[in-house]
Design a protein around this ligand. Structure first.
Ligand code: DQA
Length: 142
């Protein structure tokens, strides 16, 4: 059975409370359960991890090299400046799909920049929580 890691970066634990006009009212737990169920229906095991700490996210990506067949990753604000996380993604053979709930290209200019350009297999932005399911479809189609 394929194993997929669903990983969320800083402040995404606050979904449901955080700027609901932008990110919606679903909690991270709801989204995690949604992706697990979507995976189950497709014979895929989904595990999830969220952290507000760069080093923990780097460690988890290193583990993904051995332990997972693909990663669905919303890096939060790390998207726009963390070269350490970009290097972690580039360090592993496991394919990573970048996901953003909001349309990052339609917001402040700094959000249009992603340090993950060129190291992820796809980027999905502005599809709300459905974007996580699209990312799983992308990984399964590889
Ligand atoms: C986000 C977009 C980022 O710019 C922001 O810092 C986030 C969430 C999104 O899911 O739309 O934390 O990645």
């Amino acid at each position: 059975m394929k194993r997929i890691l669903l990983m969320n970066g800083p402040n995404l634990n606050m979904l449901g409370v955080r700027e609901p006009d932008i990110y919606g009212r679903d909690t991270l737990e709801t989204i995690e359960n949604m992706v697990v169920e979507y995976g189950q229906a497709r014979g895929v095991q989904v595990e999830y991890f969220q952290s507000n700490h760069e080093g923990e996210l780097i460690d988890k990506l290193h583990e993904a090299h051995e332990d997972f067949d693909g990663v669905i990753y919303n890096p939060g604000a790390h998207t726009h400046y963390s070269y350490a996380l970009r290097d972690a993604v580039a360090s592993i053979d496991t394919p990573v799909v970048e996901v953003h709930i909001s349309d990052v290209d339609a917001r402040e200019p700094f959000r249009a920049i992603s340090v993950f350009d060129g190291v992820v297999v796809a980027k999905i932005s502005g599809r709300g929580k459905e974007g996580y399911l699209d990312a799983l479809d992308v990984l399964l189609a590889l």
